[in-house]
Design a protein around this ligand. Structure first.
Ligand code: S3P
Length: 424
């Protein structure tokens, strides 16, 4: 349980957020699959990233931490992986389970991947289908597409696959299998999802074909170890972008945040709502665009957020819903059914959270309509043990009369262990 009190003053400061969770997973995975030494700095320290690190240790990869947060990975290529002695526990991490499925699809041994109650409810059929077509054998619990997943890998062949939903996790799983397969693998996405895997394949010396919504890889590629510095996580920065944007008079700078155009929907939406956000000192860090984000607080207005923004914004809807609850007028969010399959059913969790703070919300199967208010009413709220819901409600607490009391708030450690140090 955690109490967050109303902030009586504008927010001021210069902060840093942990390394990007998505890029962190991929740095550990590609470092483990490459030949030679990779040095990964600014890994988040969040539980999800640590699950991926532990998974590759379980698969026989030598990974050590010598200097502070820098991770050293001694990769021995795809053939360097060995059968784990136990079930691999992916905890709460969908990215660990789905991307690892792609790696293991090509390895000639059997592995069982499991996770917590939340991960056991999340759909895995979306990786089972394409990876099975490539020749791997994946079986979900009692024949359902749910974890635990038993994966027996082996010789794979490239496929052409048109993805029914935009998902960087599914795309990355297929790419990881495709790199080990015979022939070419071509993926078509309905909407471009985050491209960190594609950038990292290139960074580790591999080749990937990009053509609009098509991504392709040739099988049999060898990757080479590399130094990677992980940029700050825009999905973690988003909580403070919104906090500063909605509290008039605030001015906050978030340092060295990844601003990859496949991830920056939150900036575009906040700007449409009237927020002042400046990108300062834009540069590139190991293939990813990075900038300082400077936000100035003022009253926002409600907007329509259509389905064309889903892939670029997927993890930021909970915190954008808090911005909408404090904006003038109505915000309509549509085409976001995927939110029902995240760490919690986020449409349900946002609706319940906002209603308990006095906000008028209409819940639809694939979206939400939120009527903004001047301030929020303080209350006890539920995180559903979902890190992004807990952090969004904490930011709401800064703007709620009497603050909020959040159950199971320690789940913020999934992606942002130091979150409350910055809020308090
Ligand atoms: C992620 C992709 C997104 C996102 C998740 C991390 C990734 O999931 O919601 O938090 O690292 O590839 P989907 O690609 O399944 O939408």
């Amino acid at each position: 349980m955690k109490r967050v009190l109303q902030s009586k003053k504008p927010l001021r400061g210069d902060i840093s957020v942990p390394g990007d969770k998505s890029i962190g997973h991929r740095a550990v995975i590609f470092g483990s699959m490459a030949h030679g030494l990779s040095r990964i700095s600014n890994l988040s320290g969040g539980e999800d990233n640590l699950r991926t690190v532990q998974a590759f240790k379980d698969l026989g990869v030598k990974i050590s931490t010598e200097e502070g947060e820098t991770l050293y990975i001694e990769g021995k290529g795809w053939e360097g992986l060995t059968a784990p002695k136990n079930i691999i526990d992916c905890g709460n991490s969908g990215t660990t389970m789905r991307l690892l499925s792609g790696v293991l699809a090509g390895r000639p041994f059997t592995t069982i991947l499991d996770g917590d109650q939340s991960l056991r409810r999340r759909p895995m059929q979306r990786v089972i289908d394409p990876l099975s077509r490539m020749g791997a054998n994946l079986v979900g619990r009692d024949g359902t597409g749910l974890a635990p997943l038993e994966i027996s890998g082996g010789r794979l062949k490239g496929i052409e696959y048109s993805m029914p939903i935009a998902s960087a996790q599914v795309k990355s799983a297929i790419l990881l299998a495709g790199l080990q397969a015979e022939g070419v693998t071509i993926i078509e996405e309905p909407q471009n999802s985050r491209n960190h895997s594609e950038l990292m394949i290139k960074g580790f010396g591999g080749e990937v074909g990009l053509d609009g919504r098509h991504v392709s890889v040739q099988g049999g590629q060898t990757l080479h170890g590399k130094d990677v510095r992980i940029p700050g996580d825009i999905s973690s920065a988003a909580f403070f972008l919104v906090a500063a944007a909605v509290i008039p008079g605030s001015q906050v700078v978030v340092r060295r945040v990844g601003v990859n155009p496949t991830r920056d929907g939150v900036i575009e939406i906040l700007r449409r709502m009237g927020a002042e956000i400046e990108l300062v000192g834009a540069t590139m860090e190991t293939g990813e665009p990075v900038a300082d984000l400077k936000v100035t607080g003022r009253r926002l207005k409600g907007v329509e957020i259509g389905s064309e923004l889903v892939a670029r914004t997927i993890d930021e809807y909970p915190i954008l819903a808090i911005a909408a609850a404090l904006a003038d007028g109505v915000t309509v969010i549509s085409g976001v059914k995927e939110l029902r399959f995240k760490e919690s059913d986020r449409i349900l969790a946002i609706t319940e959270g906002l209603r308990s703070l006095g906000v008028e919300v209409e819940e639809r199967e694939d979206g939400l309509t939120i009527r903004g208010r001047e301030t929020l009413q303080g209350n006890k709220v539920r995180s559903f043990s979902d890190h992004r819901i807990a952090m969004s409600l904490a930011i709401a607490g800064l703007c709620a009369e009497g603050g909020v009391e959040i159950d199971d708030a320690q789940c913020v450690a999934i992606s942002f262990p130091t979150f409350f140090d910055l809020v308090d």
